[in-house]
Design a binder for this molecule. Structure first.
Ligand code: HEC
Length: 171
């Protein structure tokens, strides 16, 4: 019984189609690319890294408020991420891909990914984040024009980051 309940709740493995190889830089991330992100650079409430070129490039862009380079990855909480894909990936979201993640037995599973169609309980990712599209390349952070997240959500995010099982026992 418990096992079948677990099966019902377990995310279905998804066969994401990787893009055809290209000489253009891109960042098509898979489950194994996500993990403990507490070691990334924190700017404001969120954590930044870059998987193309200099890993510090994304945090630098966040601090300087310049457009994010391809390969920038941002997480505020363990179950959501934004990744800057190749130039021309999605003009409607400034080439950002929005991802929803679950942590199952200490491993990340990407459960949804895409652009304008991805949403959480508060609404569409892109719909909210577009408020900062012009001013801050879709990164809401604080004071960038997005509808602000309630304090309890930020608290929850902080707790989830502190307890992230992917960071190891002592992490
Ligand atoms: C109700 C509006 C809203 C919705 C819907 C929303 N976000 Fe956000 N998101 C925000 C705000 C506001 C912040 C900034 C929080 C802060 O730093 O105080 C944020 C922060 C983030 C960050 C950290 C980078 C940044 O922009 O500051 C990521 C990554 C993120 N959201 C991903 C997502 C994803 C993925 C979805 C959809 C599954 C989503 N968000 C849906 C409002 C929203």
């Amino acid at each position: 019984m418990l096992f079948s309940l677990w099966l019902a709740c377990a995310p279905k493995p998804q066969a994401w189609t990787a893009p055809a190889p290209s000489s253009e830089p891109d960042a098509f991330l898979v489950d194994a690319d996500f993990g403990c992100f507490r070691d990334w650079e924190k700017v404001g409430h969120s954590y930044y890294t870059s998987v193309v070129g200099d890993p510090a490039a994304a945090a630098q862009a966040a601090r300087d408020n310049t457009p994010f380079p391809v390969g920038s990855v941002v997480q505020l909480m363990p179950n959501e991420a934004m990744v800057k894909r190749h130039v021309g990936y999605a003009p409607e979201t400034g080439d950002w891909e929005f991802l929803k993640l679950q942590i199952v037995k200490g491993q990340t599973v990407i459960t949804e990914r895409g652009t304008t169609e991805v949403k959480n309980l508060a609404g569409g990712c892109a719909a909210c984040h577009s408020a900062s599209a012009e001013s801050n390349d879709w990164v809401c952070s604080e004071g960038h024009g997005c509808e602000e997240l309630p304090g309890f959500i930020l608290k929850q995010a902080e707790k989830a980051v502190a307890k992230d099982p992917r960071c190891g026992e002592s992490g």
